[in-house]
Design a protein around this ligand. Structure first.
Ligand code: FAD
Length: 236
């Protein structure tokens, strides 16, 4: 076994996940690439996988033989014949730049799905979802797979995207004003939120948002087992 990216199971307990060694590199075809705005690309892949859960990622390998890979959360429906990724392009990024530059018909190499962030579980719990940027991916998967009710979703973006959500979501734009979206950061909703001692809270995306959101609910008595996180990015 080998250890890969540092991600954590609960809000304040970093840990390393373990994946089988050597990680399989499965060729998949790129079916579509589109820019959603603000450097976020939607990439669809022909899916060789039939058994995965919302919250799972795949590792995408870089273009060379170095073996470098990065995890990306699956954001489509588990019933879809294609996989969908939302990827923020980092200029100079070893994998994201390559991935966002792919064209229809290209072949890339990926690992089988893995992960333990489970936004649809437990099934009947009241849930609050918080995402920044591409951190919406696991929540999209849970909702589009029909195994999570939209509930209360708060989504922080820097700028508006071309994507129009087909479920209720409260969006907050940190860099521009839009009539139907709040201006500011999603954390500003925290003092006005209703929750019970049984509510589960899920936060995905930037580490600072996750710490702030889950720290808020922890301080107000929600047990750690109800605070779920998936950290994609560390604020610079
Ligand atoms: C479990 C998990 C799931 C993930 N899912 C997704 C996903 O669905 N979508 C997605 O877009 N990403 C996701 N990520 C992040 C992704 O795995 C990569 O870390 C990211 O794409 C950068 O990789 P890279 O190889 O392009 O960049 P690297 O080569 O690792 O770094 C490139 C450059 O980016 C800069 N950089 C790094 N972080 C930042 C930052 N916060 N702001 C500005 N510059 C920065 C670095 O300084 C460096 O110069 C996920 C991460 C984890 C751990």
């Amino acid at each position: 076994m080998t250890e890969t990216n540092l991600i954590s199971e609960s809000w304040n307990m970093p840990r390393k996940i373990q994946i089988a060694e050597p990680p399989p590199k499965i060729p998949v075809e790129v079916m579509a690439v589109s820019h959603l705005g603000d450097g976020i690309f939607r990439i669809r892949l022909r899916s060789p996988f039939t058994d995965w859960k919302p919250g799972d990622c795949i590792a995408v390998y870089g273009p060379d033989q170095s073996g470098i890979s990065r995890p990306y959360s699956l954001c489509g429906s588990i019933f879809d014949s294609e996989l969908e990724l939302w990827v923020r392009k980092f200029p100079g990024g070893q994998v994201s730049e390559y991935l966002c530059s792919c064209r229809v018909g290209d072949e890339i190499r990926v690992s089988p799905p893995f992960g333990y962030f489970r936004p649809a579980e437990p099934e009947n719990a009241d849930k609050l979802y918080f995402a920044t940027g591409t951190g919406i991916a696991p929540f999209l998967s849970a909702i589009h797979s029909g195994i999570a009710k939209p509930g209360e979703i708060f989504w922080g973006l820097r700028q508006p995207l071309t994507y129009q959500p087909d479920f209720p979501v409260r969006m907050f734009l940190s860099q521009s004003v839009q009539a139907d979206a709040g201006q500011g950061r999603i954390t500003q909703v925290l003092p006005n939120l209703h929750f019970t001692r049984d509510t589960h809270v899920y936060a995905c995306g930037l580490d600072k948002m996750i710490e702030e959101v889950l720290g808020y609910f922890s301080e107000r008595g929600l047990p750690e087992a109800q605070l779920h996180r998936e950290c994609f990015f560390t604020a610079l």
